[in-house]
Design a protein around this ligand. Structure first.
Ligand code: NDP
Length: 325
């Protein structure tokens, strides 16, 4: 038997329960990973609350983890039992001691990267890779606005943007979060609880505004974000921490300056094993080279996944959170 977190109905953190399950055998093309650390992500909250529907209930939860391959299905050639691995995609169910998933979603870990770093940084780091290097291929010298700059994805983005020579303006909700974002390489920070974001962006950029806005907050910040862009700038809406952006009148893009908008996801970019491996290779090089370090600020036992999610949803966390099976 092995333990996993599951939920039989959508709702608050209390719907998460720790149960015993018999680990499945991997089918053709799959592997079973013994998780040594599990990543906690905001998307897990979207599934728990029902904002994103789970394929069926009861359902496992979580898509990110790292550990050791303990069983390999037919036809898998790039992984073997005993390999140290990490993953950030695939079926829900990473909040568990063991997880079975398609081998194409699993990458081998370089020696230098420990499993806790991988579990804390894989999904968030791959996200920053595609956002900064593919959604808009930043070359250096651009000015960007990044909401939630002291969060899990944000902490990595601050460091990666700095390494690219990009001026990242980060929004935060407290002086402590501002200090953390600055320490991670943010060029400037704006505390939106006491400052007007659009006005501060105007001052900081001498009226030029931003080339790209990266907005994972969603509903609350949509319009402010558009107002922070220069003409023909790119709005990257990639999350819903405050709720989903809905009912958009496309004419607003014209009114605010012939803007572009995209709504990307990790699965939309790491959609083949080749693309996943190329993205992971770039992330691992940033970690091995020390340009990016993963700040694991919060560790919880697997059984306390609900408390961990409550802290993330209440803006009480900075950096990454991991669950330990
Ligand atoms: P974070 O650690 O960034 O936590 C969320 C942060 O968002 C909070 O700490 C808070 O920072 C800010 N926030 C602003 N408004 C709210 C609100 N109403 N409720 C809660 N938080 C709020 O989380 P993650 O690093 O896990 O994820 C960051 C975002 O990126 C999420 O929206 C997630 O869905 C998205 N994401 C999208 C991916 C994609 O491919 N599309 C992949 C990975 C993540 P502050 O207090 O400073 O405002």
């Amino acid at each position: 038997m092995a333990q996993r977190i599951q939920f039989a109905r959508t709702g608050g953190p209390e719907v998460l329960e720790l149960v015993d399950v018999t680990p499945a055998e991997p089918a053709a093309g799959e592997v079973r990973v013994r998780n040594q650390a599990v990543g906690l992500n905001f998307i897990d909250i979207y599934f728990r609350t029902g904002l994103y529907p789970a394929p069926g209930l009861p359902s496992g939860l979580g898509t990110e983890g790292a550990g050791v391959v303990e069983a390999v299905g037919e036809g898998v050639t790039h992984l073997a039992v005993g390999d140290r691995v990490a993953y950030a995609q695939g079926p829900l169910g990473a909040y568990a001691e063991q997880h079975v998933l398609p081998a194409d979603k699993v990458v081998a870990l370089p020696e230098a990267i420990d499993v806790e770093t991988a579990a804390a940084g894989m999904l968030k780091g791959l996200t920053v890779q595609y956002l900064l290097r593919q959604t808009y291929p930043l070359k250096g010298g651009e000015t960007i606005l990044w909401h939630a700059a002291a969060g899990g994805v944000g902490s990595i983005a601050c460091q990666w943007a700095k390494a690219l020579g990009v001026r990242l303006i980060g929004t935060v909700s407290s002086p402590e979060k501002a200090a953390l974002a600055t320490q991670n390489g943010a060029w400037a920070t704006i505390d939106y609880t006491r400052e007007d974001v659009v006005e501060r962006v105007r001052e900081l950029t001498d009226g030029a505004m931003c080339d790209v806005v990266y907005d994972s907050v969603g509903k609350d910040t949509w319009e402010t974000s558009l107002d922070c862009l220069k003409k023909r700038g790119l709005m990257v809406s990639f999350g819903n921490a405050s709720g989903a952006v809905e009912g958009v009148n496309i004419g607003i893009l014209n009114q605010k300056g012939a803007l572009y908008v995209t709504r990307p996801s990790l699965n939309g970019y790491a959609d083949t094993r080749e693309r996943l491996e190329a993205m992971a290779g770039e992330l691992f090089a940033m970690l091995e080279g020390g340009q990016v370090t993963i700040d694991i600020s919060n560790r919880y036992p697997l059984a306390e996944a609900g408390d961990a999610q409550a802290a993330l949803a209440a803006r009480r966390t900075t950096g990454s959170t991991i669950l330990l099976p």
